[in-house]
Design a binder for this molecule. Structure first.
Ligand SMILES: Nc1ncnc2c1ncn2[C@@H]1O[C@H](COP(=O)(O)OP(=O)(O)OP(=O)(O)O)[C@@H](O)[C@H]1O
Ligand SMILES: [Mg+2]
Length: 406
């Protein structure tokens, strides 16, 4: 009886254990199923992302190439091989050297391209233009591929064919240049005729006619000035502005500029004062171009000055540089305009009180000229009101063996 009882309880216990194990197995099975479902979904999501990225890459009008740190091609779209006329790079292979060599050869700069590209390995992003021997121009953008933690995972290159933009730009420049030149000739002739009339070739003119003629002359000059400025800007942008450098005494050019602008100052009731604490300081510059810079700074200062005001022109030496300052007591330059003062065609909202002519080109040209002479230009508010425009030019030392001064 006891033995039988013992066996029964053993069986019961075994059954209970089996049932528990079955339950556990059930839970485990369900969890594995859930996990595998999740894994499947995740795989599907990654596959979708990959397809999406690849189709976006393929849809791009730019050629795209991405490479891992070990030189394995991660992605290359069809446009890349079309643009460079090469067989499509094999994704997953370490063929980056072959691809870069092919690109380098086609850009007519095989070694330079490879060198610069490998030099870019850990470098930051960069953008530059590449001129191909077949006349096309590409813009190349390259940047490192970084993980969220900032680890370097490789590099991406993007090439954009900008030949059409370049061509439009060239045609636009040619057009402006041709129109400007065409305008200048008849304008010179109009000005000549008006000068003759004002000089009395038709006999003495009634004072009303004379006044009208003066308006005509003034506006003719203004148009010629704007055309010349536009042509100058074009020359600067095309790197074709000519300079005739010589070693010159800066104070002489300043005195000449002040004298030239004096009549304009008188008309506006503004006095010009020249002060120098560095007489005899010399610079290597083109005196006519320097006059152009001075002319704009002085005319700006005069036209923004109140009637009865004074413009001070100062020359000082600061170490290796000579500094020219033009100080006015005008309205100053509004903070929201300060970042655009040197941009072309930019004019602030403050209106000059009497002379409202101007096209916003003067300072853009002045900056280009000063920079061509290894100098820099800037401005700051004048304590007590007004603005100080200044430019620095490297001082010329005799030990530099110059060509003789002009
Ligand atoms: N001394 C100054 N005081 C106040 N504002 C100035 C001064 N100089 C320049 N500016 C501001 O900067 C703008 C650009 O000057 P910039 O000399 O380039 O053009 P502009 O004098 O208007 O025309 P342009 O010089 O082509 O005849 C001016 O229109 C004016 O708003
Ligand atoms: Mg000006």
């Amino acid at each position: 009886m006891t033995e039988r009882h013992g066996k029964d309880s053993e069986t019961l216990e075994l059954r209970a254990r089996i049932s528990t194990l079955e339950q556990l197995l059930d839970v485990y099975e369900r969890s594995v199923m859930e996990q595998s479902d999740r894994l499947y979904e995740e795989q599907e999501r990654i596959r979708f992302q990959k397809t999406l990225l690849e189709s976006q890459g393929e849809a791009s009008l730019d050629g795209i190439l991405s490479v891992g740190v070990d030189g394995t091609i991660l992605f290359a779209n069809r446009r890349l091989s079309e643009m460079w006329g090469m067989s499509p790079p094999a994704v997953g292979t370490k063929s980056i050297d072959r691809v870069l060599r092919a690109i380098g050869e086609r850009s007519g700069d095989s070694e330079g391209f490879l060198e610069r590209s490998s030099g870019d390995e850990d470098g930051e992003e960069s953008r530059r233009e590449i001129s191909l021997s077949d006349g096309r121009t590409f813009e190349q953008y390259t940047a490192p591929i970084r993980s969220r933690e900032g680890k370097n995972l490789g590099r991406v290159w993007q090439f954009r064919d900008i030949s059409a933009f370049k061509e439009i730009d060239r045609v636009k420049d040619e057009f402006i240049s041709a129109v400007s030149h065409e305008l200048r000739t008849p304008l010179t002739s109009i000005r000549g005729s008006m000068d003759l009339m004002a000089g009395g070739v038709m006999g003495e003119l009634p004072s009303e006619a004379m006044a009208l003629l003066k308006v005509g002359q003034k506006n003719c000059d203004r148009l010629v000035r704007i055309i010349n400025d536009v042509l100058d800007i074009q020359k600067i942008e095309a790197g074709r502005m000519e300079f005739s450098f010589g070693v010159i005494a800066l104070e002489d050019v300043m005195a000449e500029s002040v004298a030239a602008i004096q009549p304009y100052g008188e008309r506006l009731g503004v006095a010009l004062q020249l002060e120098s604490s560095a007489p005899g300081v010399r610079v290597r510059a083109d005196p006519d171009r320097l006059m152009q810079v001075m002319d704009n700074l002085l005319s700006n200062a005069a036209k923004f000055s109140p009637a009865g005001g004074t413009v001070e022109v100062k020359l000082a030496s600061r170490g290796h540089f000579a500094r020219v300052r033009v100080e006015d007591r005008g309205p100053g330059i509004a903070p929201d305009f300060q970042g655009r003062v040197f941009e072309k065609f930019s004019q602030g909202s403050a209106q000059p009180p009497r002379d409202r002519t101007g096209s916003g080109l003067g300072l853009n040209i002045a900056r280009a000229i000063v920079e061509r002479m290894q100098g820099s230009i800037g401005f700051r508010p004048r304590p007590g009101g007004g603005t100080v425009f200044y430019f620095d030019l490297p001082v010329w030392r005799d030990s530099q063996h110059a060509e003789p001064a002009r």
